[in-house]
Design a protein around this ligand. Structure first.
Ligand code: FES
Ligand code: FES
Length: 154
């Protein structure tokens, strides 16, 4: 079986896996980084969202063979102590209900804010439409994003 060197949350890992194994399985089953969730497996829900080189990506759709020499960030790597503006804002707004979709929601928001510190309402709506929440926490997600925007621009 081939092995791949990965950079996940600024830590170097070597994993033995088939090249087409989804990054999601590598993270969860081989690296025990279970914060990234499996929802649909078919690019429809966003529960598996991570950052790859700063861009939001569905980990269920990324073969591990395409992830070498890239910087992968999962919810565990957003900050060591919950101090990332998105984490603080999510807490302040009390966003989660069941919580299952929230790591993906937070990674999508964090990736958006890394590129654009003052996204428009349209951009927020467009970017966040890639992530579904069965509990319907959309209003609180939006509120939290605005708290985070205020935080990073002060
Ligand atoms: S599990 Fe990847 S998009 Fe749903
Ligand atoms: S908080 Fe339950 S699915 Fe989003």
């Amino acid at each position: 079986m081939p092995s791949f060197k990965l950079n996940v949350n600024n830590t170097a890992y070597t994993v033995d896996a088939e090249a087409d194994m989804p990054l999601l399985w590598v993270l969860r089953d081989l690296l025990n980084l279970t914060g990234t969730k499996y929802g649909c497996g078919v690019a429809s829900c966003g529960a598996c969202t991570v950052m790859i080189d700063g861009n939001a990506a569905y980990a269920c759709q990324r073969p591990v063979g395409t992830c070498v020499n890239k910087k992968i960030t999962t919810i565990e790597g957003l900050s060591a102590d919950g101090s990332h503006p998105v984490q603080k804002a999510w807490q302040k707004a009390g966003v989660p209900q069941c919580g299952y979709c929230q790591p993906g929601q937070m990674m999508a928001a964090a990736a958006m804010l890394e590129k654009n510190k003052k996204p428009s309402e349209e951009t927020i709506a467009e970017v966040m439409s890639n992530n579904l929440c069965r509990c319907g926490t959309y209003h609180r997600i939006k509120k939290a994003i605005h708290i985070a925007i205020e935080d990073i621009n002060q």
